[in-house]
Ligand binder design. Structure first.
Ligand code: HC0
Ligand code: SF4
Length: 581
């Protein structure tokens, strides 16, 4: 422990922590911009490039030797004295923001990040009322090349958060600094269009970008168009992770479950049917657990990797093309849902599938690119027509003038609306594996998992790498779980080297799983947000009467009436796919 003074506050702190960390403990706020420190998600950006956190280091003997230092990277030492509130430090911070603004487009009104932009809120917080200099403006065209991500380099403030997210956390290596001086921005090497890069569209760069230099491609207009077309029957489905995050866009606590309000909002917006992707998550478990048992009993490739995360699938296609027989061939739940909606549901309700539009509300940006994949659009009908993120749904609810917090609850439509506890935990890292284990265990052993036995604690929590062994009869099934593509890479390298000890591996591209997705409300650098969303999902699982996918009555009915056997012929045609080299 060392003794320091921040402003007039004497305090003891562990040696070596930064001035910024010490100031948090003292309850003194130092503004930051480029800085990120998400311990649970292992996401740190400590580039100290923005100079917004300048504070004054005080020399008690000679005032003239006081100097300005960035709080985020300056370590504390014994008898250190710091002032965060001197005119000099406040002016320095304001000047840093003013300089950034001097070369930033003045289009806050129409900017997709209006009122969510961290640069904008800093300008407000620091009371910037005029910009004294006119900087040179960048004039790059927007990159609209992909179906998922928009890059507007003119709004890049060079904080390098995206670069850290992409290269250090995700190990994708897409983004780096380009250009010099006023024209510098972060983009793919040689500034090639995003679509030509190996971008996975995981959206972690979008999640941490403080401005609108990186955003998702917006598709809300297409949804309104479909809803307002009298010839279209518009079906919407919501992913597991939406219900614990959507409320944040309306001032509610992270993790608050707003399932019922969300369904009411969707009905009022004019969708013809409102369904839950969770139903299809149960369907995925039927297929994946069957495929796993098939591989196990026939000495086929193991480990089997889950295949529901499209960013992860892109990652393996780009980075480990020799391992493409390892992922399950199951399509992802929302895609399976689209397939069932345009066949079984259409036939049952006598609706021409040509007139059905399937909209997926996803916490994910990569789902936009997934829905546009050639193998999922080449047939007569796209599986899923439009994907919008949690944030886009929030914007649509606001546009429609719906007062979200005052809404009553409603229920999802049926059939295809029944869901289980197993399916809701898909939204967190470890959840797909836990759901699969619940079913595989009962199918392999013939024993029933009763009460809380369905909970596999080792598979829970937000850590990036987890592992567990579950005894199923005389077999020991080893399960590995990775969230974040950097962690996934470690498990894949083991497979490539023939050293993997696992039978099943679950991979989700986003740290924390879908709850931490690129399309979720911005976490603004606070990992508590992710943990609270995760708790929300575990709570919903705990409250569900049916907690195993194979006990979902509407799923059982779907196989009986239409699909036949899990992993059988019809299921293969509709619910399975292959990957591209
Ligand atoms: Fe997920 Fe999904 S759980 S990927 O994390 O599997 O996006 O929430 O919708 O499809 O169900 C995302 C979340 C989904 C899918 C499901 C899976
Ligand atoms: Fe990198 Fe993911 Fe952003 Fe693509 S979407 S640039 S892979 S962080």
């Amino acid at each position: 422990e060392i003794h320091i003074r921040i402003n007039d506050l004497e305090m003891s702190v562990p040696e070596g922590i930064t001035v910024l960390e010490a100031s948090h403990e003292a309850g003194v706020k130092i503004p930051t911009l480029c800085h990120l420190d998400l311990h649970d998600l292992q996401l740190y950006n400590k580039t100290a490039s923005c100079r917004v956190c300048m504070v004054e280091l005080v020399d008690p003997k000679d005032k003239s030797r006081n100097r300005l230092v960035p709080a985020c990277v300056t370590k504390t030492y014994d008898k250190m004295r710091v002032r965060t509130d001197t005119i000099r430090s406040i002016t320095a911070r304001r000047m840093a923001v003013e300089l950034l603004l001097s070369n930033h487009p003045n289009e806050c009104f129409t900017c997709p990040k209006n009122l969510e932009c961290e640069l904008q809120s800093l300008a407000e917080e620091l009371n910037v009322r005029k910009i004294r200099w006119e900087g040179e403006r960048m004039d790059y065209p927007k990159d609209l090349s992909s179906d998922a991500i928009v890059k507007d380099s003119n709004k890049c403030i060079y904080c390098r958060r995206c670069e850290t997210g992409c290269n250090v956390v995700q190990t994708c290596g897409i983004l780096s600094g380009i250009g010099r001086g006023f024209n510098a921005f972060v983009g793919p090497a040689f500034n090639i269009p995003m679509v030509e890069s190996s971008c996975t569209y995981c959206g972690q760069c979008v999640q941490v970008c403080p401005t609108a230099a990186l955003t998702e491609m917006y598709h809300t207009d297409k949804v309104w168009e479909a809803i307002n077309d009298p010839d279209k029957y518009v079906i919407v489905q919501t992913a597991p992770a939406i219900r614990v995050a959507l409320g944040e866009l309306f001032g509610m606590e992270p993790g608050t479950r707003v399932t019922g309000k969300m369904v009411t909002a969707l009905k009022r917006m004019g969708f013809d049917a409102v369904f839950d992707t969770n139903f299809a998550a149960d369907l995925t478990i039927m297929e994946e657990a069957s495929e796993f048992i098939y591989r196990l009993e026939n000495n086929k490739t193991l480990p089997m990797l889950t295949s529901c995360c499209p960013a992860w699938i892109k990652f393996i296609e780009h980075q480990f093309p020799e391992l493409l027989d390892v992922p399950s061939t199951s399509k992802s739940p929302h895609i399976m849902f689209g397939a069932i909606a345009k066949t079984y549901y259409a036939e049952r309700n006598k609706i021409d599938p040509d007139n059905i539009v399937v909209v997926s509300i996803m916490p994910c940006i990569a789902k936009k690119a997934e829905a546009a994949r050639p193998e999922l659009t080449k047939d007569e009908h796209n599986h899923v027509d439009i994907v919008v993120t949690t944030r886009e749904l929030g914007a649509m609810i606001k546009e429609a003038g719906i007062e979200f917090t005052k809404l009553p609850d409603s229920e999802f439509d049926h059939p295809l609306g029944e869901t289980t506890g197993a399916s809701v935990i898909f939204g967190t890292t470890g959840g797909v594996a836990e759901a699969a284990v619940r079913t595989a265990y009962e199918w392999i052993t013939g024993d029933e998992l009763k009460g809380e036995d369905v909970v596999f604690q080792q598979l829970r929590g937000a850590t990036g790498l987890k592992d567990a062994t579950v005894e199923m009869g005389d077999r020991k099934i080893r399960i590995g779980i990775a969230s974040g593509l950097g962690n996934a890479r470690k498990l894949l390298e083991e497979i490539r080297e023939g050293k993997s000890k696992y039978d099943i591996i679950e991979i989700m591209a986003c740290p924390g799983g879908c709850i931490g997705g690129g399309g979720q409300p911005f976490h603004h650098g606070n990992d508590e947000v992710i943990k609270k969303r995760q708790q929300g999902l575990y709570q919903e699982d705990g409250e569900k009467k049916v907690r195993k996918s194979h006990e979902n009555k509407e799923i059982i009915e779907l196989y009986k009436n239409y699909l036949g056997k899990p992993f059988g012929e019809t299921a293969h045609r509709l619910l399975h796919t292959h990957y591209e080299e």
